[in-house]
Design a protein. Structure first.
Length: 150
């Protein structure tokens, strides 16, 4: 499969609108392009995700990779999309099964070593995910805030 969709959440005040992280692998010169109104911190995810995958023992595909953060009109900020982007790349390249990703939403910043770092807005994201019927997967360091959702 050369296309994978991973669910995540943005943060807009106390609201956490859904963001679909769409990853497409195509032929051509190896490159990673981010589209969908990412800010500077999200654009820096290209390097974090590449290093995290390689340092975690996965192959980083030598293909043209396009990551779309939809909807495009919603500003995207912070490293919260690192984990969904990495999972999307792994699923689109066939390194992990993609079928179970639809049951979950993901957020987490990746270190260069592949470790997960906490994200802001865990409570808002978990509350919003409950309305979608999907479970939310966050870094362990965000669990205390997320647990306030009940």
């Amino acid at each position: 499969m050369s296309l994978a969709i991973v669910h995540s959440r943005g943060l807009d005040g106390l609201a956490a609108p859904e963001v679909a992280v769409e990853v497409h692998l195509a032929g051509g010169l190896p490159n990673l392009t981010l589209v969908g109104l990412p800010d500077t911190e999200v654009k820096e995810a290209r390097d974090r995700v590449r290093a995290a995958l390689q340092n975690s023992g996965f192959d980083f595909p030598r293909r043209r990779i396009t990551v779309n953060l939809a909807p495009a009109d919603l500003p995207k900020e912070s490293g919260r999309f690192d984990l969904p982007m990495a999972l999307g790349i792994l699923a689109a390249s066939g390194q992990i099964p993609s079928r179970s990703l639809a049951e979950y939403e993901f957020a987490g910043e990746l270190s260069l070593s592949g470790e997960l770092r906490p994200v802001r807005g865990a409570l808002a994201m978990v509350l919003a995910a409950g309305d979608s019927g999907r479970s939310f997967i966050l870094p362990a360091a965000s669990a205390h805030e997320a647990a306030l959702a009940g």
